[in-house]
Design a protein around this ligand. Structure first.
Ligand code: ZN
Length: 424
């Protein structure tokens, strides 16, 4: 069965592995699917809110099938006539994080979610799947979309300035990041652009970004906030900002997020993008990053630049948190009975599929936290918010702490694979 699936996947990749094939299924622009996820700790429901046609599609034109299989959710597009799978992509949501909190055991809640895909030429069936506790996908939503329908919204935000601050070439061969300012008043746009430049200057000192600095375009979307700074509920500070972000997301003080996903996507749509990065104009420590959703960081804290690429590690490469001692709102986030999909975490249930090949024969599995192994790739217990049963690749890493010098070799490899997937 597995071989058959692999054969099928290979066949599909071959079938649409060219720009010509891409053009036979897709036209310019992207189809944006805005939907609402609702439920509680036990139940999930998805329903369409609105469909939009956007001017740009930032992604690869020849790799439409997601071979990495990361993410708690997956979107697939099937040609309606012959059921050929023409596009798939994994993603994560704030909803699934909320589902692991105590609040979700007591009540129902809704979250805005958006996925953008290349705009289809013909009628397609869109399916959204999510993983069960056992890691297998099940279907959450199925709907047919006719690209000619009048109900597809074509409006856009007007009067917002955009700039290509770092230009390394064509959107199809680069990772395009849409940086959107949050909590920058109209007189602070120069600072916003300088902040983006600082982020780029730091990023290209870090492996593997140093080797791929000509593969990134940085766009600035000048979202103007009525007030400078961002909302901080624990200090009773409430700001009128463009993206309505806030600290204390999921009742964790340093967790800075915005639940106004559709609003963020309206701003991002003004430029071509593979990733969205919201920069919050504050010196309070915090941020958040969700795979193929968006990243957010405050910018004026002394640790903001390390937080910046840590969060990008989540949102861009599907990396998991390697820490386990900090306070988080989640309980039993990972099912320790299965191998997690995150490339930098393992339960040792299927370690062959992870970084076993990167460990030298003289390093024991699991690896004791002893002096002689501290600079080696191994399997160190503790990671994914749990001190027991989940293992990480090195003693320290950018995905574990702000004190680490860099991403560990396993995280570096995962980031590199994603850069190549999107640009090669
Ligand atoms: Zn790592």
């Amino acid at each position: 069965m597995k071989q058959f699936v692999l054969f099928l996947l290979f066949f599909l990749i071959v079938q649409i592995d060219s720009d010509a094939q891409f053009k036979s299924y897709f036209q310019n622009g992207s189809l944006r699917i805005d939907f609402v996820l609702s439920g509680n700790a036990q139940e999930s429901k998805a329903s369409i809110f609105e469909l939009k046609k956007e001017r740009f599609y930032g992604g690869s034109l020849h790799k439409t099938i997601d071979s990495l299989n990361y993410g708690e959710f997956k979107i697939s597009l099937l040609d309606k006539l012959d059921s050929t799978v023409i596009y798939t992509r994994g993603f994560c949501t704030l909803f699934e994080e909320w589902q692991t909190t105590d609040e979700a055991k007591r009540m129902d809640k809704s979250f805005f979610q958006t996925v953008t895909v290349p705009f289809p030429k013909k009628e397609v069936v869109v399916s959204i799947e999510r993983r069960k506790r056992n890691g297998q996908f099940y279907n959450l939503l199925n709907t047919s979309i006719d690209p000619r329908a009048y109900s597809i919204v074509k409006g856009k935000l007007n009067g917002v300035k955009t700039h290509k601050l770092i230009d390394n070439g064509n959107k199809d061969e680069c990772v395009d990041i849409a940086f959107i300012g949050e909590g920058y008043a109209d007189y602070e746009m120069d600072k916003f652009h300088q902040d983006i430049q600082r982020m780029y200057d730091y990023m290209i000192t870090q492996s593997p970004f140093d080797r791929y600095q000509n593969k990134f375009n940085f766009w600035a979307v000048d979202a103007v906030s009525a007030e400078s700074g961002v909302t901080d509920p624990r200090k009773d500070v409430w700001k009128d900002t463009a993206l309505k972000s806030s600290f204390n997301t999921l009742n964790s003080d340093r967790y800075l997020e915005s639940t106004h996903t559709f609003l963020i996507r309206d701003y991002a749509a003004l430029v071509p993008y593979d990733q969205i990065y919201v920069i919050a104009n504050t010196d309070k420590y915090g941020g958040g990053g969700i795979y193929n959703h968006f990243s957010l960081t405050s910018i004026d804290n002394s640790r903001s630049l390390t937080v910046f690429i840590h969060e990008f590690g989540h949102a861009f490469a599907g990396l998991g948190d390697e820490y386990y001692t900090s306070e988080v709102s989640y309980s039993e986030y990972f099912n320790q009975e299965i191998e997690p999909w995150q490339p930098n975490l393992t339960t040792l249930i299927n370690f062959e599929a992870k970084w076993k090949g990167m460990i030298s024969k003289s390093t024991p599995i699991p690896t004791p936290a002893k002096e002689k192994y501290l600079d080696k790739v191994g399997v160190f217990e503790g990671g994914g918010y749990s001190a027991k049963g989940i293992y990480r690749p090195t003693y320290d890493c950018r995905m574990k702490s702000n004190e680490a010098d860099e991403f560990c070799p396993v995280c570096q490899k995962a980031i590199e694979e994603m850069i190549l997937f999107l640009t090669d």
